[in-house]
Design a protein around this ligand. Structure first.
Ligand SMILES: Nc1ncnc2c1ncn2[C@@H]1O[C@H](COP(=O)(O)OP(=O)(O)OP(=O)(O)O)[C@@H](O)[C@H]1O
Length: 920
């Protein structure tokens, strides 16, 4: 057993003063300060004392021993153990089955938390954080395995006379209650029923009948009552109540047993309290003080205790649960059922530094079954008073305490009391997530306040422990002088008193007896509360650094008579009780008629503890102010989140509209560009067609032309074609030349010429169409050629646009002289066709006519044709877009050049005539 070293000095904190800056920031402080000053006029002000150090016995000496948490040089001090339990997904309907957890297990003792929300909000903390624990339990962990690792060592400590504390911490719906109480299915019993099983399994045959019962924190008193127990509901009643409240936990039995010292006999005692709205209530109380016969079940005649009497429930007993049980079986339940309870006060234990709940019922149990029954009874009360108003969430902190009184078999004066507290903390939650108002907001505020204070206590304890460790490490600075505290290490005040929850735990952290502490952090990684969960994780990280005093087994002071104040409440003036209305619905399933009953819950405030402790108004005011600011912060965070969401929505809509507009504009432009491109291509094809028509007319003549002329012309024609083709391809790409396309569209409509060129590189659909039409024209010409007995020319030959220019000129000249084209053509054919060929057959004439008709386009070599073509080329070049201007110009000039080329070389008409004559 570890012995504790004590420091020879202690610190007394300097009285708190209101600074000007603080007063300016916080008017409430000023007000509180004024109140305080008024109080001080009548009563001499006590300095604010570091309660951890202020033990009355120690004040007698000039130098006091250090508080428990200062003994950092003691190797036996151990940090609070922290276990993480990850809840599985999919137990509740509202869970998103496909959600990705934001928690990843890295090892048996580390997890990584990553915010997957993708929110752009500025966070105070990095998005991915690694947290370490003593052990990380995955969702697959079974209740039995979890119990063995986390709670069983504490049960063993309890039976060896050491104190223990285990509490669950986490946001709402993270599995705290499941961890402690268990589920309804087989093998899902929680750690509390398992603890009861193990305790009674281990104490088999070692039960004591000694008349001792535990009092206050760790005292015992001799009791006259042979059998102290509380009134419990009958099993039938319990089932009926379960029908009303809808819950019975798994009835599994854990068969584990731990070794115990057989030199002792043991008696086991249970208390069950809850802290609700910063008030402590006894969950096992069923006596008139908390809910008497007349007040919980009023008769129709008159009133009792100021509560109007309603219908009396036939056959019901006086207790709350029996009334509830009756409610379940009634055909006509009462209109209003009144239940009343009174808050209990905390009193300072004169034998230790901590506080105990005055009047809290402590029930002796002799078997695990009996203990579970008591626990279920307490749970009924907890649900009725605390959670009926919110069926899905625990709104109170449930504190279940098992006390083991050990009496030595050989020495009846060797009596000690150890305790194990199992605490189911209410879910920490933010107001913004629950949208609570009124009573719910107050509840949430109080829950958060007590958890916040718990965190602050941890923080202060950690920092004090660090400072003391640093001080002890420095030579010659091992003492804190009470007379001159400024010289020693300055320790922060641990704000235990600012919440009922921490006040209750104070003794555990700073008391003489010490103990082991474990914290279970419950997390639902599929929940949306990332921020809340990261807050929980940070709390766990903080708690792991806090150490508790090593457990001791001091002998209990045995008191002979019970203190009357613990049994009887003093008559005093209390504020008006707090009233809440709850509607309980029963039946509605199967044959049972559905009925509703209104339950009015009356909660009276506790008495003033009257222990004369100074209450620091300033610190209280600061805490209130802090709470106000916290709520305001949440509200503003919520407003910011709403504004952010709205702004995002607006921006998104605006962007969407713009995109739709852009899409429309681009679609229109694209349509127009396609149209224009096609028109442009058509225009160019028409131009080619004009040359093609000319070629077709001249083809026959070309064959008889001198070889050099033909070659020269062929090269020129090929060049034109390649230029035009290239330009046509380019023009396909050019889709945005509005004005050019418009003009060309008109141009294209005017022309209905056909083309004879055969170039498969043309890409546009319309061009292809024209191409196929041109092919038709070509085949017509081919037919003509065949009919005329001329071999079909190849493509190059067909495209020899300049080959027959001489003869075209002849035609033009002859036209100008008034001769018909047909006659001239015939003449020419007669002139140039070989002698073996028939000069002119009627069919050939007919086909020649057809060919002529098929080429109605203006002849580019006629004066008007050239002018027209030039005009159109000019238009084309005028409207050509900038990008294609150069190429268009090239083509245009090319065509012009080529069209002029023969003219330059053209011999005079007389010369040609003389040439012909010479030939013949
Ligand atoms: N480890 C688990 N395995 C299976 N189901 C679980 C587990 N943990 C929690 N659950 C289920 O999740 C739900 C919520 O759990 P529980 O009521 O224990 O949350 P809580 O943290 O106590 O919430 P509150 O703080 O609001 O009381 C319950 O339906 C419970 O059965």
């Amino acid at each position: 057993m570890a012995t504790r070293k004590t420091a020879a000095s202690r610190k007394v904190a300097a009285p708190a003063r209101v600074t000007r800056a603080a007063a300016a920031r916080c008017p409430a402080i000023v007000e509180a300060s004024a109140q305080k000053a008024a109080t001080e006029k009548t009563k001499p002000r006590k300095p604010l004392v570091n309660r951890n150090a202020a033990h009355p016995q120690n004040q007698k000496t000039g130098k006091a021993k250090a508080p428990a948490q200062l003994n950092t040089d003691d190797a036996d001090r151990e940090p609070i153990k922290a276990f993480l339990r990850i809840r599985p997904n999919g137990d509740t309907n509202d869970d998103d089955q496909t959600a990705t957890p934001y928690l990843k297990k890295l090892s048996d003792s580390a997890v990584q938390m990553t915010d997957l929300s993708g929110s752009n909000r500025i966070r105070l903390h990095p998005q991915a954080q690694v947290y370490t624990f003593n052990h990380v339990f995955t969702p697959e962990t079974r209740q039995s395995g979890f119990f063995t690792k986390t709670t069983l060592p504490l049960v063993q400590d309890l039976l060896q006379g050491q104190n223990g504390l285990i509490f669950t911490y986490g946001v709402t719906n993270s599995g705290k209650t499941y961890t402690i109480q268990g589920g309804t299915e087989k093998d899902t019993a929680g750690l509390l029923p398992r603890t009861l099983d193990v305790v009674f399994n281990s104490l088999e045959g070692l039960h004591s009948n000694a008349p001792y019962r535990p009092v206050r924190i760790s005292g015992v008193e001799r009791t006259m009552d042979d059998d102290i127990t509380c009134a419990l509901p009958e099993l039938s009643e319990e089932k009926a109540i379960a029908a009303v409240l809808g819950e019975i936990n798994s009835q599994d039995v854990d068969s584990t047993a731990v070794p115990v010292d057989k030199n002792y006999e043991y008696s086991i005692w249970i208390s069950y309290a809850e802290v609700y709205n910063e008030k402590i209530f006894d969950l096992l109380s069923n006596d008139p003080a908390n809910g008497d016969r007349d007040s919980t079940c009023a008769t129709p005649q008159g009133t009792t205790n100021g509560i109007p009497r309603s219908k009396r429930i036939p056959g019901s007993s006086s207790s709350t649960w029996s009334n509830l049980a009756s409610l379940a079986s009634l055909h006509s339940p009462p209109d209003v059922l009144f239940v009343k309870r009174k808050a209990l006060s905390l009193k300072k234990d004169p034998e230790g530094g901590g506080k105990y709940v005055a009047g809290l019922k402590c029930v002796r149990v002799r078997s695990a079954e009996e203990a579970k029954h008591v626990f279920r009874t307490g749970n009924i009360n907890r649900r009725v008073f605390g959670t009926l108003t919110n069926a899905v969430s625990s709104r109170s902190h449930g504190i279940f305490t098992l006390r083991a009184v050990r009496i030595h078999r050989g020495d009846p004066s060797d009596v000690s009391v150890s305790r194990l507290s199992i605490v189911d903390l209410a879910g920490s939650e933010r107001t913004k997530n629950t949208h609570n108002t009124g009573d719910r907001l107050k509840e949430a505020g109080n829950i958060n306040k007590s958890l916040m204070v718990l965190g602050q206590c941890m923080e202060a304890m950690r920092s004090n422990q660090r400072r003391v460790a640093a001080m002890l490490a420095a030579p010659g600075r091992g003492e804190i002088d009470i007379a001159n505290p400024g010289r020693g290490v300055k320790l922060a005040i641990i704000p235990f008193r600012h919440s009922k929850l921490t006040e209750l735990f104070q003794d555990f952290f700073t008391g003489e007896q010490g103990g082991h502490a474990a914290m279970i952090v419950n997390v639902n990684p599929y929940d949306t509360g990332f921020d809340e969960n990261s807050h929980v994780m940070r709390f766990a990280a903080l708690a792991r650094e806090v150490t508790t005093a090593p457990p001791t087994v001091p002998k209990a002071n045995i008191r002979q008579t019970p203190t009357p104040t613990e049994r009887v409440f003093k008559a005093h003036k209390t504020p008006a009780p707090n009233r809440r209305n709850v509607t309980i619905t029963t039946g509605g399933t199967g044959t049972r008629k559905r009925s509703e009953a209104r339950v009015e819950i009356i909660e009276e405030d506790e008495e003033s503890d009257g222990d004369g402790e100074p209450v620091d108004v300033l610190v209280d005011a600061l805490f209130e102010e802090l709470e106000d600011l916290r709520i305001k912060l949440y509200e503003s965070e919520m407003r910011c989140a709403i504004i952010e969401a709205e702004t995002r929505e607006e921006v998104m809509q605006e962007m969407e509209e713009r995109m739709i507009n852009m899409q429309r504009v681009f679609a229109e432009r694209l349509k127009k560009a396609v149209k224009q491109s096609e028109a442009k291509t058509d225009a160019k094809i028409d131009m080619l067609h004009q040359f093609g028509a000319f070629t077709a007319n001249s083809r026959r003549k070309t064959r008889s032309k001198p070889a050099e002329t033909s070659i020269e012309s062929t090269e020129a024609g090929s060049e034109i074609i390649s230029n035009v083709t290239r330009n046509t391809e380019d023009s396909d790409e050019d889709e945005e030349d509005d004005s050019l396309e418009d003009s060309l569209a008109g141009f294209s409509e005017d022309e209905d010429a056909e083309t004879t060129y055969d170039d498969s590189s043309t890409q546009s659909p319309l061009a292809r169409k024209s191409h196929s039409e041109a092919k038709k024209g070509s085949s017509t010409i081919g037919l003509l050629d065949q009919d005329m007995g001329i071999d079909e020319m190849d493509a190059d030959e067909t495209m020899t646009a300049g080959a027959g220019t001489d003869f075209d000129e002849d035609e033009e000249d002859e036209e100008a002289e008034g001769s018909s084209a047909v006659t001239e053509e015939e003449e020419d054919e007669d002139e140039w066709l070989p002698d073996s060929e028939p000069k002119s057959t009627p069919k050939a004439k007919q086909d020649g006519k057809v060919a002529k008709d098929a080429n109605q386009s203006p002849n580019p070599r006629s004066a008007s044709g050239v002018m027209k073509l030039q005009k159109k080329l000019h238009e084309l070049s005028l409207y050509a877009d900038d990008d294609n201007d150069k190429e268009e110009d090239e083509v245009v000039s090319d065509i012009k050049e080529k069209s002029q080329l023969p003219q330059k070389k053209e011999p005079s008409k007389t010369a040609r005539r003389s040439t012909r004559q010479k030939k013949y």
